[in-house]
Design a protein around this ligand. Sequence first.
Ligand SMILES: *Cc1c(COP(=O)(O)O)cnc(C)c1O
Length: 423
Amino acid sequence: MSEKKLPVSQTRLEEIAATYGTPYYLYDEGAIRANARALNAAFADAGFTGFVEHFAVKALPNPYILKVLDEEGLGMDCSSLPELLLCERAGITGEKIMFTSNQTPDADFEKALALGAIVNLDDITHIEVLEALGGGRLPEMLSFRYNPGPDKVGNSIIGNPVEAKYGLTRGQLFEAYEIAQGKGVKRFGLHTMVASNELNIEYHKDTARMVFTLAKELKERLGIALEFVNLGGGVGIPYKPEDEAIAWPALARAVRGAYDEILGSAGVAPLIKTEYGRPITGPYGWLVCRAIREKHIYRDYIGLDASMADLMRPGLYGAYHHVTIPGKEDRPADQVYDIVGGLCENNDKFAVQRPLPKIDVGDLVVLHEGGAHARAMGFNYNGKLRTKELLLREDGGVLQIRRAETAEDYFATLDFSGLKEFK
Ligand SMILES: *Cc1c(COP(=O)(O)O)cnc(C)c1O
C-alpha cells in the first residue's frame, strides 16, 4: 500500500490558489532532494562507487528542477537538441549529460559533441554519421544502446523489444564496438532501456543480468573493459494506492547481486549508471485543480479547470492517477464520477467511474503523481493553454518556476501582420 498524501494542508493549497490561481502543478523540493539522496546512498551502500543517475529530462523539463537534482549529484539524460540547450542553460554540461536519442538529426549530435556529453548511439550506422559530424573523429567515449529483441520480454508502455525501434541487435552491438575500437575510441559504455513504469524488481534484476553478461562477453571477445553500463529507466511508481513502491536499497541490492554473480571474476568492473525519470520526481508533484462545473446525464461528471492538455497520461494510456478532494479525505467515497477536462475529445477524462466523496463546485480536486511525464507531455490542441509550475521550497515558501501559458504564447508562431496583404 502507498498512502496518497498531500504535501501541504488544504488551507495552504487554498492560500497558494489565492496567490497564483488554479490549476497549478506543485512540486515538493524537499521530497525530491530526499529521494535523490536516498537513491545515491542506496547504490553507495551496495558498494557501487561512482554510481550516477542521469535524470531523464523529458520527465520534468524545468531548469529549477534540473538545478536541484544537479546539486544532489545527479546527471542528466537528454534526447533532443532543446533538452541539451535546457541543460546548458541550467549550467549542466560535459559528461554529466548522457545523450540518448533515435532518428537523431545532425544538429542534435553536433550540440551533444559540443557540450562534451556522453553520446549513446541508437544504431550502427550512426558511427559514421557521428564521425563525419566530429570532423572525421569520434569522441573519446562512446556508448551503444542494446535492443535484446527476442531475448527479453517487454512491458505495455514500451512494448515488445522485437517491435521496438530502439537500439542495436546483439550481432550489430559486437560489430559496432569493434568498429569504434578500430577508429580510436578509448572509453566505452553500454546502455539498454527495455521497460517503462515496471514495479517488479525481478524484471530490473534480469535487465541488469542481461547487460552485465554483455559486459563480460565484450571483455572476452574484444578485450573491451566497459567504463560503465547504463541500466536505463523504467522503474515504476505506485500510481494506485494498492501498488507497492520499489525501495531504492532493495533495487541497489538486486543490481549488486547480479553484478557479483556475473562480473565477480570477469576482470571488468563497470560503473553503474541509471536514467530514471518517473521515480525521481513522479510522486512529488501534484496537479491542483478546481471543480468548476458539474453535470448529470447518463453519468455524473465533475468538470475541472485543467484538461488533458495539462496531464494527458489518463487520456493517452488510460493511466490511473489518484484523485483526492482536500478536506474531504475522511468522507465516504459514496459517489461515482467521471472527472473531466474541457477538451473536445471524450478521452479527456482524468478519472473514469471513480468512487469519490461528493464533490461540490468550488472544491479543490488534486491529481497525484504529477511530477513526471505530466505537464511535460502537454499540448495545445483545442487552444487549451498549459498551466503553471510551482516549487514548494523546503522553508514552506512557494516559487513559481514556470508561468501558465497565455493566448499570446499560443499565437507566438503566427504572423498576423501577413493577413493584411493576404487575399
Ligand atoms: C523515457 C526514458 C527514460 C526515463 O524513463 P522513466 O520511465 O521516466 O524512468 C530513460 N531513458 C530513455 C532512453 C527514455 O526514453
